[in-house]
Ligand binder design. Sequence first.
Ligand code: PLP
Length: 446
Amino acid sequence: MTTTTANTANTANTADAAEAGTGGGTGAGGAAPAGERRTGTDSLITRCRTHLSKGRASLGEMFGGDVEASSSGAWIHTASGRRILNCGGYGVFLMGARHPRVLAEVERQLATNPVATRLLLEPTVVEAAEALVSVTPDGLSKVHFACGGAEAVEAAIKLARAQGRRHLVSTVNGYHGKTMGALSVTGKDTFQDPFRPLLAGVSQVPYGDAGALEGVLARHEDEACVLVEPVQGEAGVIVPPDGYLREVAQLCRRYGALFVLDEIQTGLGRLGHWWGADREGVVPDMLLVGKGLSGGIVPVSALVASPEVFRPFDRDPFIHTSTFSGNPLAMAAAKGAVAALREDELVARAAELGPELRAGIEDTAREVLGDRVREVRGVGLLIGVEFTVPGLAGDLLLELLGAGVLGNHSLNSSGVMRLTPPAVLTAGDVEFLLDAFEYACRAVLD
Ligand SMILES: Cc1ncc(COP(=O)(O)O)c(C=O)c1O
């Protein structure tokens, strides 16, 4: 990796961006001397290797040993004084880091009642549910809160089972998380094989193929539950054919299946719509939300369902519980996140920014990398660049980081680099991103 040039580019831009008022000042009061910096990083890597995971430590090392120290808006600040534009974070940061609206809600809650007893009534969880339901498709009015995305998936699987829908149908390369139930519907052998046996009664159908889905549903009438993403994120930003979700919804109705739309990555504006469901005007039986609901501050996820589908959880509040489900601190974040998205009109902003960025990225990728690029695709601010050459996605990710932009790899598709930029990018940030992308494309050819 050509770190020297890249760091120079980043430093130069740091000044520009600070001047442009992007809220991303270096915050370091000058970088630490190189020797100290290295020693600190080495020690952190060693401690990470000793007490966390060797693999995790190696990953940090491979990504240049940068240490995250703080974050603000679209920018991450490292302990060594670098600033990195955050177009990664696996889709969490649509509103950037530490959005003031979310921060204010969370700070207020922290100072009053961060974790509740769970027996007395508590208002924040009700307010968060109301806020979420105010933006979900009509008819979905019941909420179960959890912490991580996979927990929301578990809740959906249990809710389906409690109503006799014991046959799960998911899609090839689909991603729903890694707890045992969620892993059973995550379509990737690499993640599943070490943990078999998983849940019995799971079928996988090719994504985007309504005919294949119908084949399975016809064999499992009134006993299936279908889990689908509106755009497959971890599979490498796979956009289904127009009308696919409508067909899935119709098939579920025809064959008495429950329809779970996993919008953990795509929801809350990432696609330039509040929900992927809105792009096709469908209303699933259950909608799963995560990532962005945290406001990038406190992890929280949710299952939102119709009252009819939610009935088993309605009847018995102890049938599916978790100590920190609906904790007030997370609820304050969720409330703040919905408010921030609305007040700053970030969904419309994502719709506007997405095509502009995608076009800029595609032009550069094609011009510089030619037929090494298979496709640049995406919806809103979920953008994937697929390469024809093995290893190029990883190389580009490293060069991009060297140039001061963090992207994502794709868990279920090694050939695709994903960008999940925040909707709060300024014009200067967009320019920085596109310049860094061009720099990285040229660098991988060296
Ligand atoms: C569509 C989808 N569902 C579920 C999950 C799992 O969420 P978590 O990693 O928070 O458990 C993810 C995570 O990337 C996801 O993209």
